[in-house]
Design a protein. Sequence first.
Length: 573
Amino acid sequence: MVAMSYGEVPGAGQVQGSPHRESRVSALRRLVPWAAWLLGLGLVAGPMLWTGLGVTFGGRGDPRLAHYTLEHGYLWLARAPLHRSFWDPPLFYPHANVSAFTDVLLGAGPLYWPWRLLGLSPDTSFQLWTITVWSLNLFAAYLLLRRSFRFGTVAASAGAYLFAFGNPRLANVSHPQLLPQFAVIAATAGLVGLFHSASGRARRHAWLAVLTTAVVVQAYTAFYVFFFFGILAAAAALGALLWSDSRRRLLSTLRREAVPLLIAIVVAAALLSPLAWHYLAAADEVGLRKVNPSLMPRPASWVLMGPRNLLYGALQRPGGPAVELSNPSHANGLGLLTTLLVAAGLWRLRRLATIRLLAVGTLAVVAMFTLVGGFSPWFVLREWIPGGEALRALGRVGMVLLLPASIGLASAVAGLQRRLPAVAIAVLLLLCASEQAQRQSWVDKANERRHMQAVAARIPASCQAFYLVCTGRGSCANAPTDAMWAQIATGLPTINGRYGNRPPHYDLALMRAMARRPREQRRLRAALERWSRASGLDGIRVCWVPYPGYDVRRNGSRTFPDVTGRGRLSPNR
């Protein structure tokens, strides 16, 4: 990858006039990234902030699973008795290597652990973790666009906002394990610095260290993001062979830095080997999750915005023309105005090698993953690319493609600053931000605490392990997750679990934990006995703990219908 150097970005908006006026405008410009940060947090976390952290975004599914992973990491750090082994959280008890069934989020743990070390509760710490992640994504992207790509303050702020709060990311807030992508930004900065013509030897080695560290951190955070970034970078590197200038720079850098590159590869491999060993052991034991064609992008997925998008969501709601693609994995569009600006910005920089390579990489990824007429090149390639067979929801690649999109938007804004007044630029950017806005679901924190206290109170202290069974009329959808958090509250291992995959001998009935009728109870007790025999639980007192399920009418999530502040928080009945 060949880096660019803008010097003075055309359209950076230099001000002619008195020194006092120039100083005032300069001071205002320094506030722009902070304004973008406040606008983005208001968009994604507004209700959480103005209720004093009274609600948590994302519902009761994946957010609670990701939160459990973070809390397990903290308890492992604190040497809690049941969490002394990072790879063996007390789920699916007593099965080992359970952490390898999902993203380990260890790379994002340092953003969660300090809140817990300060004595804050797990739910409050998770809320502050999400705010920290959003913030780091934005400011990391801002620094990349300012320092590596030499955009002005306003242009870099616009691009960073799109990276951190773009529609594909907001549509997938219910999968918080995918949100931390600041390491991708650091890796991109490392690549640009490594191949920059003006970088001295010591600087190139420093950037190589940044690249190596960032790749390892992202791998220990979320495999999807790690893999998608690797595919994008590999496609861009192959694209470098198409042009003589980029090919010459790539090959000369590889020859000149062969030894440092080899050292970096060895170090990265050594650091990643524990993760790879545990993931491969899990794959050998439980198999790989097959790719889900319904979660593969279609051609329309690159323009659709998702049914909860504020401006375009009606297209995918019941009765809309694209309702069958309503899963967030298909919400990879950016909106009409934003897409036009991104395309214009990338076209404006088309002669720069870095932009050509990013464009080639992006087009290659889109072509590789898109399902057309029941076929995708990925069906062939996945068997030859290490780790490819582990991917199920390929549409999530849209979150990583926000990286080239953010560069395109920054370039477009830099060009428009030469032609339009500041007020017009601000209006355009606010319109772009409105295109990204998504309606979000929220869970009341106080209700959730009461619910989990009631669940934990049902578990006798004399138990050595427990199995939570949904027997009432409440929702049973999250019974396994309720059991996981009851495990944290009681300090007892649980037979329940929902963690990306399930062990051998752990059948579907056991995972659902639903026994409302006598026939279901008999089937579930038989499944539990089979699991106990297969797992060697003879002699251990496992308590069968019935509970009525989650009362949606009493504890249900709240909805936030708009981002203007006029929307009222109301129970979702």
